[in-house]
Design a binder for this molecule. Sequence first.
Ligand SMILES: [Zn+2]
Length: 137
Amino acid sequence: MPKNASELQQALINAATIAMKNAYAPYSQFQVGAAVLAEDGKIYSGCNVENAAYPIGSCAEAGAISAMINGCQTKITAIAVAGVGDKLCTPCGGCRQRIREFAEPTAPVFICGPDGLRHSTTLAELLPMSFGPDNLS
Ligand SMILES: [Zn+2]
């Protein structure tokens, strides 16, 4: 079990990379994996799952969040997303909002490729002036 922040970050990145390799992307070949670090210190991961009926495919982040919820956790403290290709594989617009439901704007987001960490950012940078659960309380 990782102990310090650096080891946790690397474990999160590793989990996202493994999930990326497990992605079901026979149509686009664009494999994506995501891993969230929950408040309990556990890492939950997911991958994109395409479908022959294209619009119903699902993003890796949605899978990771579903796994976290299934683990009875509702707070994301950090997230890593790993995707193939040369460009930064940042979460899509919908997933930025999905993440916001469970993460504070200050939550670190690690953008990775098959080669490892490519860019570190925060949810606030990806989704400025976000609308979240606080808006409804
Ligand atoms: Zn998405």
